[in-house]
Design a protein around this ligand. Structure first.
Ligand SMILES: [Zn+2]
Ligand SMILES: [Zn+2]
Length: 305
């Protein structure tokens, strides 16, 4: 995909789903949402959210654990299905974000734009949320940030097949809806809720980590960026909203560092490890964690890719 196609894709996936929902609500009021749609939506949300969080983010970007090639590929395809962009592009942007978080060169910081007051803040938040992806000037060179993935033929293939994979992610819930209900309406509403609405919600969940989690919320660790933990986003983001924790310990498989910090993406990694399907799972040393919480150590301030 070239830059223009990518920008059109982002605009399309941001605008089409809410418009489709609006149209469906007008035409199908009362018949729009049934239990089968809720089920299909939940299945697709879980698959795609794990793809972005456990797959794209913790596995491919940070190497928080290792796993077999089939699981690695399945997680990557699930990540692509979420509509977040080809894996090589996503990882390049995200590694760059960690290198210079909230400083010049960060692709999506809400703190770099000019403009004062509420208007300036909203403009900067919009840039961090979605606007940065519409900037034709913005590219993160994959050869510089993720040569490891560029060298991998499977990653190049999945990146090249990104659009058909996204389309499959809309058709698959339609097929599920058809299988569950045995009706054409079930197929259509399955594709609507499990495909388009899910695409919209998973995308904005991931965007919110870049915008909201660098702006609002609590800072447990004195990191050199503006990352924050946002409790209400923890569950929908599958644990990614413990973002200050993540910037303090970028390689940690778990972003929820205490038992009460819900972290489904980290939970999946621990489950895979238990089933002997994941190895070399990166954990934070409890003594180091305790020191960092008291602000006594600067070790780990500089993230490792
Ligand atoms: Zn961040
Ligand atoms: Zn990260």
């Amino acid at each position: 995909m070239n830059g223009r196609q990518q920008r059109l894709f982002i605009l399309g996936t941001s605008l089409v789903p809410p418009l489709a929902v609006l149209a469906a609500m007008v035409f199908l009021w009362g018949r729009l949402l049934r239990w089968s749609d809720v089920l299909v939506f939940a299945i697709m949300y879980v698959i795609c959210a794990f793809g972005v969080t456990t797959g794209y983010h913790r596995l491919l970007t940070h190497g928080s654990f290792k796993t077999s090639q089939p699981i690695r590929l399945a997680l990557t395809v699930a990540g692509a299905m979420s509509g977040q962009g080809p894996p090589i592009t996503w990882v390049a942007h995200h590694r760059r974000h960690h290198r210079v978080a909230d400083k010049e060169g960060d692709p999506h910081s809400p703190h770099l734009g000019d403009g004062a007051g509420l208007r300036g803040a909203l403009k900067n938040l919009w840039h961090a949320h979605l606007g940065w992806q519409l900037d034709p000037e913005l590219t993160s060179d994959p050869m510089r940030y993720c040569p490891d993935l560029v060298r991998e033929r499977a990653m190049r293939r999945i990146s090249a097949w990104f659009l058909p994979i996204v389309l499959a992610g809309v058709l698959l819930p339609g097929l599920l809806g058809l299988l569950i209900t045995g009706t054409a309406t079930g197929a259509l509403t399955g594709a609507l809720w499990g495909g388009l609405v899910r695409l919209f919600l998973v995308n904005h969940m991931a965007y919110a980590v870049n915008s909201i989690c660098h702006y609002f919320g609590r800072r447990r660790f004195a990191t050199i960026d503006e990352s924050r933990n946002v409790i209400w986003l923890a569950l929908p983001s599958f644990g990614e909203a413990w973002h200050n924790n993540h910037h303090a310990f970028p390689k940690s498989a778990r972003h929820g560092l205490h038992w009460w910090e819900l972290d489904p993406a980290g939970g999946l990694i621990l489950l895979l490890e238990r089933l002997h399907l994941a190895r070399d799972v990166v954990r934070v040393d409890p003594r180091r964690l305790a020191l960092r919480e008291r602000g006594l150590s600067l070790v780990g301030e500089f993230p490792v890719d």
